[in-house]
Design a protein around this ligand. Structure first.
Ligand SMILES: Cc1ncc(COP(=O)(O)O)c(C=O)c1O
Length: 526
């Protein structure tokens, strides 16, 4: 492993921030197998196993080598005190020497990821009134998170704002809850602009961040007075010609090799978004020549980032860039948009980010690079989606079939058309089998849907209690980029969305699609 690879892996382990106390144990299969129970003294081993095990439950030889490179020495050190034997590190070394990936199931403590009380209380009524599958959202949870963001960034003058990324959960009822909390809307398409408009948002309540944008969307955004965020230098002339240069304009910055991105969003150098370091100052000058008078700066370089330091570094990058552009062009920024991408802990053993600490770090950078450089005040804003609604949405689905083949399968009445993240990114979503929270997880299943695609799986090799048809599965953390990514392949219909209101009432906020909806856009066939 090269030093760079080692650094990258160490950074990944740090970013995963695995808390071993939420792991009940790990089971490794095969000749070198065995069970490592979570007992005092083997936290580091559990952390390493959890860090190198893929979401579908395997450790590859390369993964084992990486794990050894990070922790091998310290564990070997411990082993010396125990007469040179260290079963967990021995096992890893065997996997590293072998040629094939080894199954490794991580058993998580259910108690570390319980369903919120409000959802638990609402589910019996919801299940009585509405057929599965459905999404259910916790309004009070969303409000509490919105308030935590406002509180953490209260130092921002004149006032912090999160422009909720509508694409994360494009249900107008949810966007309205966030409007009520004082959030703006970050829109990326005509439909999202229309949602914001119909909710009575206008002017600088709306941020329009799109790419490969059609003229009509710029025209609409300009008519609404939205803050328009341009994704490319060529769009300066394009918007001027088609909609007129707005008085306030923003540019999305792509730092290329200066930042590394992450697994979901990718390497900035390969990203289609934003203006390069060489392009950005000139873009502001050109916009100014065309009549722009006020300016914003934006970036979005990560997705689901749990590494607090990385989030701070993004702010430092933008603050320094703002100072540089100010130096080169003389323009003063109205606002700096740090983007979204604040992560949530999908796995029970991952602690949430310490938002207050992240905000304090960003505040420190603001003082150093904005205030002390004499270019303040600049309003700091974000456009988080996942962090706001993600943990407060749940996909509820019923078990149709349990089948035993080369593996054991649980077939749900939801499929990847309802929740695509596991198939798309191999994403982990925690699963609670309702009413079986305290049962032993004595079986390992692939949890599937009914789509004719073998990657239609919500979980692979997932330790669960014994499941029977009719059991209710609650899939956690699906309040963002969940329903929103739904599609209709195989004639699968989008589910309903329910809201548990702050008063504890269950309200349907979007009905399920019907076959009539599915066929509604076809013309002249009957
Ligand atoms: C431009 C932009 N802003 C904000 C977001 C929201 O990201 P997240 O939900 O991870 O905060 C996205 C997500 O794709 C995005 O593309």
């Amino acid at each position: 492993m090269t030093t760079d690879e080692l650094k990258l892996f160490q950074a990944r382990v740090a970013a995963l921030r695995i808390n071993p106390t939420a792991i009940a144990g790990v089971k490794i299969y095969g000749g070198n197998g065995g069970i490592i129970q979570n007992s005092k003294g083997n936290e580091v081993s559990l952390q390493i196993y959890a860090a190198i095990t893929s979401n579908d439950g395997y450790i590859s030889p390369a993964g084992a080598k990486k794990g050894l490179a990070v922790y091998g020495n310290s564990l070997r050190g411990e082993a010396k005190d125990r007469q040179g034997s260290h079963p967990e590190i021995d096992r890893l070394e065997k996997i590293a020497r072998s040629r094939q990936a080894v199954r490794c199931d991580i058993y998580r403590r259910e108690s570390s990821r319980l369903l919120p009380e409000r959802i638990l209380r609402a589910l019996p009524e919801a299940l009585k009134r509405y057929p599965t599958p459905f999404y259910i959202y916790d309004e009070q949870g969303i409000r509490d998170t919105a308030r935590a963001y406002k509180k953490a960034f209260a130092w921002v003058k004149p006032a912090y704002r999160n422009y909720f990324a509508v694409k994360a959960c494009p249900n107008p009822h949810i966007v309205n809850v966030l409007k009520d909390e004082g959030f703006g809307a970050d829109c990326s398409s005509l439909a999202e602009l229309v949602i914001a408009e119909k909710l009575g948002m206008q002017g600088e309540d709306i941020m329009f961040t799109s790419n490969d944008t059609p003229a009509a969307e710029y025209v609409k955004a300009k008519r609404l007075g939205a803050i328009i965020n341009l994704d490319d230098v060529s769009h300066i002339g394009y918007i001027d010609k088609n909609a007129g240069m707005p008085e306030l304009i923003c540019f999305r910055y792509n730092p290329g090799p200066l930042r590394k991105g992450n697994d979901i969003i990718g390497d900035p150098r390969e990203s289609k978004y934003g203006l390069t370091t060489d392009q950005i100052a000139g873009a502001y000058i050109k916009a100014m020549e065309l009549g722009a008078e006020r300016f914003g700066l934006h970036t979005m370089v990560v997705s689901n980032m749990l590494d607090e330091q990385y989030l701070e570094e993004t702010a430092v990058m933008l603050f320094k860039l703002a100072a540089m552009i100010n130096h080169d062009t003389g323009i003063k920024f109205d606002f700096i948009n740090l983007g979204g991408g604040f992560g949530i802990p999908y796995k029970p053993e991952q602690p949430a980010i310490d938002l207050d600490a992240v905000s304090a770090g960003i505040h420190g950078a603001y003082k150093k690079y904005i205030e002390d450089m004499g270019i303040g005040p600049v309003r700091v804003v974000t456009e988080c989606g996942r962090a706001i609604t993600g943990p407060h949405g749940f996909l509820v689905s019923k078990v149709r079939h349990v089948s035993v083949k080369y593996r054991d399968y649980v077939g749900l009445d939801a499929c990847m058309a309802n929740l695509m993240r596991p198939a798309l990114y191999g994403a982990y979503h925690h699963i609670t089998v309702l009413g079986k929270e305290n049962e032993q997880k004595d079986r390992v299943y692939d949890v599937t849907g009914s789509l004719c695609e073998n990657n239609d799986k919500f979980a692979v090799n997932r330790p669960l209690p014994t499941v029977v048809p009719g059991d209710i599965f609650v899939i956690h953390d699906t309040g963002a980029h969940g329903y929103a990514m739904g599609f209709q392949y195989n004639g699968k219909l989008r589910s309903a969305e329910l809201l548990v209101t702050s008063e504890g009432q269950v309200r349907q906020i979007r009905r399920a699609e019907t076959v009539e909806d599915y066929l509604d856009t076809i013309e002249n066939w009957l």
